[in-house]
Design a protein around this ligand. Structure first.
Ligand code: SAH
Ligand code: SF4
Length: 363
């Protein structure tokens, strides 16, 4: 089996070349070719000796998931479905805006955490993505968008808000982050790469030590009673512990703030009383709020809060001095909006089956 070099960050590649008795600078060269140059073959690496290229060809490969499907929304949002084997596919979304281009990437095939309002959660879980499969999404998008080392960087920000819970796939995600931040990789700054978590407290503590990138926390409720119901992980790490973990994170990411994501679910978590409770909950955490109008999917059982309810909720937070944005829904004509990414998941947990049995009388 050939070694896929896309699984390595700079330290991994350096170790790989060391065991081949090659100099450390080879690692930097190869890394630049693969990520900045988008090379998919060692023959493209013209400044490597022919003998080394031949050796690499025999032992190693640069292997990215194949493209299964591609869709472009009327608003410019671009979605790719990538083949990750055995009938599974994961989705990556590019969202162009005036001053930046954001790539939303996936970390797992499905998700094991079962948040009630999330289409990925409903799909069940299959497996973690490898580092190559995670970074391969960036590699693909750069190529598809026509990025070369010379022209302007189209992808300026990366958010790990696609399918899966990134911190449940900790090691592979951290290695991928390391490639994103490396100057020989994608050279993105720490604040332009965001990990979004549903609140895995021990892993948040680990992330701050090894790679304190921007952190978004999927809050979605102002008290444990509501959160226990819609984000089951809350039973393990309730709000008090989550808030303390956010504070600890910011000690290692000074001058940063936590972005709290809050999906607006009609009459579930969107009452004015909830907004007031939120203000009290986050009072010791430097933060911003991102209110996400719920994106529906078949049989979700939830409704999106209407404009007026979102406006009232936002105003209460703003009057208390919070910075609040309401996320624009992008790409929903191609099911590329938050929480709509379903990919193709061969569910190993049988959740889809159990769920269908439970709800068979409703549809
Ligand atoms: N697992 C991670 C990251 C992926 S989800 C997490 O939960 O944070 C990215 C964001 O989309 C999360 O805040 C998630 O709660 C939200 N989301 C999930 N389903 C949604 C839906 N149907 N409509 C709107 N947002 C949704
Ligand atoms: Fe998983 Fe995030 Fe969806 Fe929850 S919201 S099920 S953690 S992907």
């Amino acid at each position: 089996m050939k070694t896929n070099l896309l699984n390595y960050d700079l330290s991994g590649l350096t170790a790989y070349f060391a065991q081949m008795s090659e100099k450390p600078f080879r690692a930097k060269q190869v890394m630049r070719w693969m990520h900045l140059g988008g090379a998919g073959d060692f023959d493209e690496m013209t400044d490597l000796a022919k003998s080394l290229r031949t050796k690499l060809q025999a032992e190693a490969q640069i292997s990215v998931p194949a493209l299964m499907a591609e869709q472009k929304s009327v608003d410019g949002t671009h979605k790719w479905l990538l083949d990750v084997g055995t009938g599974n596919g994961v989705e990556t979304v590019f969202i162009p805006e005036n001053s930046r281009g954001t790539l939303c990437i996936s970390s797992q095939i499905g998700c094991a955490l079962e948040c009630l309002f999330c289409s990925t959660g409903r799909q069940g879980f299959n497996r973690n993505l490898s580092t190559a499969e995670i970074i391969g999404q960036l590699w693909w998008a750069n190529k598809a968008l026509g990025v070369t080392p010379k022209n302007e960087r189209v992808i300026s920000n990366v958010v790990m808000m696609g399918m899966g819970e990134p911190l449940a796939n900790f090691d592979n995600v951290v290695t991928a982050l390391s490639i994103m931040l490396d100057d020989h990789g994608y050279g993105l700054s720490r604040r332009r790469v965001t990990v979004s978590t549903s609140g895995m407290v021990p892993q948040m503590d680990r992330l701050k030590e090894v790679m304190p990138v921007a952190l978004a926390v999927s809050l979605h409720a102002s008290n444990d009673k509501v959160r226990d119901q819609i984000v089951p992980l809350n039973k393990k790490y309730p709000l008090k512990e989550l808030m303390a973990a956010c504070q600890r994170y910011l000690v290692k990411a000074p001058r940063d703030f936590i972005t709290f994501e809050y999906v607006m679910l009609n009459r579930v978590n969107d009452e004015p009383a909830h907004a007031r409770e939120l203000i009290e909950l986050v009072k010791d955490v430097p933060c911003k709020f991102n209110l996400i109008p719920f994106n529906p999917f078949p049989n979700s059982g939830f409704e999106r809060s209407d404009h007026e309810r979102i406006r009232v909720f936002r105003d209460i937070l703003q009057e208390a001095g919070m910075i609040v944005t309401v996320r624009k829904t992008r790409g929903d004509d191609i099911d590329a909006a938050c929480g709509q990414l379903a990919g193709k998941v061969q569910d190993k947990t049988q959740r889809q089956h159990k769920w269908q049995l439970l709800h068979k009388d409703e549809s």
